[in-house]
Design a protein around this ligand. Structure first.
Ligand code: PMP
Length: 421
């Protein structure tokens, strides 16, 4: 079946034709046949340089030979036990060794689960109910964080089916804004359990923090006995060996992971100070559990992946990022376009926006419609990025200079079409 027919049929039996909303782009998405290294191939045989990389999990490249060999071996020995394995202990040690704030780790199955559990833990530890998030940040699809942003105010549900009662304790402020947060904490500080933040906002494109702002977050939370949670579902094990907290030198109380940690398989984790993590059941009174938590396949894939991620790997990857971002910036300049080329390490994006993007308010002013023209042209040029201005693009260790040159050429062609040059 061709993708058009397949999508039409899929829509009759899977809501919207997809199993996660952003995958459904117009007029129809391609359907994947296979992916290897930096390339993804569709059912029609089209080969794309992949900068979506499953929305972040793929860091070594698709189907890395070493990881796959270890995973096949594990599969022969069983796929789920409901009893602990030595590999879980080994992976926990690896996380603790790399991540500055991690003294204890609990593995779960997704980023959504990780943030849900970390927020419950923060509430259990502090005995407070309110939480603070940032406008435009995404922490998964669970009720506490799936909210419309309303500055300083209690947030309203951002989905049908979420009671207002559930989100009334979720407060939000603009990112990178000292004044707004200071005011909120002056008013509500003693009721706030935690501030949860994506250190790099990867769900409105790619917005870096002002490093001073991250340090301010650490100070103001410490002064008010509020826990600081870094949601490193995207940045964890991606922007550096120890994640964004190592990259920016700011240590939170708790951290959440998913994506890269599973080496291409489903996983999530939350970690942090022993004093806090010890409250989790069965050690303590904060309940959290999962049939597939610590799944031996995902744990093996995570272990085998982390084993290949040393400082040299991250140095090489950052050079690839710099190479691509520099080439894109040159193209944008040559075409005389007033756009923002952003990113760090192996993350990048182009904002169709003349203003530097430091928060959601400004990100929203981007020309998202024109971006979709650019996206479709990129596909025609054999380059796959997420179909939205408000997602981040990624680079893997498997991307070659030839791939990145093809991407840059594709971007030049696509920008020309999008801006009718
Ligand atoms: N937090 C962040 C920062 C994310 O980017 C995501 C997913 N894109 C999540 C949490 C939720 O993770 P998952 O999709 O694995 O539930």
């Amino acid at each position: 079946m061709n993708p058009k027919e397949l999508f039409a049929e899929s829509k009759t039996i899977i809501p919207g034709g997809v199993n996660s909303p952003v995958r459904a782009f117009e007029p129809y998405p391609f359907f994947v046949k296979e992916a290897k290294g930096s390339h993804i191939i569709d059912t029609e045989g089209n080969d794309y340089v992949d900068h979506c990389l499953a929305y972040g999990p793929i860091l070594l490249g698709h189907s890395d030979d070493d990881v796959m060999a270890d995973v096949y071996n594990q599969m022969k020995m069983g796929t789920a036990y409901g009893a602990p394995t030595e590999n879980e202990v080994k992976l926990a040690k690896e996380v603790i060794d790399r991540v500055p704030c991690a003294e204890m780790v609990r593995f779960v199955n997704s980023g959504t689960e990780a943030t849900m559990a970390a927020i419950r833990l923060a509430r259990g530890f502090t005995g407070r109910n309110k939480i603070v998030k940032f406008e435009g940040s995404y922490h998964g699809a669970h009720d506490y964080v799936l909210v419309k942003s309303g500055s300083g105010a209690a947030c309203l549900p951002d989905s049908a089916g979420i009671p207002e009662d559930t989100t009334k304790n979720t407060l939000s402020v603009p990112f990178n804004d000292v004044e707004a947060l200071t005011k909120l904490i002056d008013e509500e500080g003693e009721n706030i359990a935690c501030i949860i933040v994506e250190p790099v906002m990867g769900n409105i494109g790619c917005v870096e923090p002002n490093v001073k702002y991250l340090k301010f977050l650490r100070e103001i939370t410490e002064e008010n006995d509020i826990l600081l949670i870094f949601d490193e579902v995207i940045t964890g094990f991606r922007v550096s060996r120890g994640g964004a907290q190592e990259y920016y030198g700011v240590k939170p109380d708790l951290v959440t992971f998913a994506k890269v940690l599973g080496g291409g398989f489903p996983i999530g984790a939350y970690a942090g100070k022993k004093e806090i993590m010890s409250l989790i059941a069965p050690a303590g009174p904060v309940y959290q559990a999962g049939t597939f938590s610590g799944n031996p396949i995902s744990i093996q894939a995570g272990l085998s992946t982390l084993n290949k991620l040393d400082y040299e790997f991250y140095g090489n990857l950052a050079r690839k990022g710099d190479y691509l971002r520099t080439n894109i910036s040159d193209i944008v300049e040559d075409l005389n376009l007033d756009l923002q080329v952003v990113g760090l390490a192996s993350m990048f994006q182009i904002y169709f926006n003349p203003e530097p993007v430091v928060n959601y308010e400004i990100a929203k002013k981007s020309d998202a419609k024109r971006f979709l023209v650019y996206f479709r042209e990129l596909l025609k040029n054999g380059v796959f990025i997420p179909p939205s201005q408000f997602e981040c693009n990624f680079i893997s260790g498997a991307h070659t200079e030839e791939d990145l040159d093809k991407t840059a050429q594709g971007i030049e062609n696509a920008l020309k079409v999008a801006w009718q040059l």
